[in-house]
Design a protein around this ligand. Sequence first.
Ligand SMILES: C[S@@+](CC[C@H](N)C(=O)[O-])C[C@H]1O[C@@H](n2cnc3c(N)ncnc32)[C@H](O)[C@@H]1O
Length: 202
Amino acid sequence: MAALPAERVAQAYSSVAGRYIELFGSVDSVHPDDLRLIGAHLGRSTGPVLDLGCGPGHLSGFLSATGSQVTGIDLVPEFLAHARRSHPAARFELGSLTELDRPDASVAGVLAWFSLIHLDPAGLDGVLAEVRRVLAPGGALVVGFFDGPVREPFAHRVVEAHRWPVEELAQRLHRAGLVEVERVHRPQDGDRRRYAVLAARR
Ligand SMILES: C[S@@+](CC[C@H](N)C(=O)[O-])C[C@H]1O[C@@H](n2cnc3c(N)ncnc32)[C@H](O)[C@@H]1O
């Protein structure tokens, strides 16, 4: 039987987890303007914040340091073990962002930093509907993703991924009942692909 996409993603990241942590497992690898944006929307939150697809947990740790009560969720046990050691103030759970085990309106913020890129595009609307369900009124979502003129798969270094036109992702957020509050485009810079960030509120 073919592996489910989530299993394929988990296996692929597990097989490179040590190297990924070395290269990307620190806020030093995050653009300072992105850190400011993430902190502005999700820092100092008065309720729980979910870091969906938290990887090594550095952004969970960053947000925890602002006083937010953060739970990082990821498919990869190696990432979670590292995250728990490195960021004891945050909580970390093994699980999928496609199954948010949280009550309605119970969460103040959600970060999805380059994790929705690995979804089958047909699954995105369902995940956004779940994000909206768990967000409290006024709660914030921040999404980082690779963008491009058309939605298409591309040769991601770890496992299959899709780039999205910013406008299309923005419309999907809107259709899910989220109101866009910030949009940032970051052009290609050397080896780093172009990407975009959208912030929205319920
Ligand atoms: C490109 S990495 C980004 C990790 C982290 N957000 C960062 O900024 O370094 C993508 C992450 O999303 C996680 N991921 C992908 N699909 C997922 C799913 N369905 N549920 C939970 N995590 C998922 C992967 O395991 C991986 O850790």
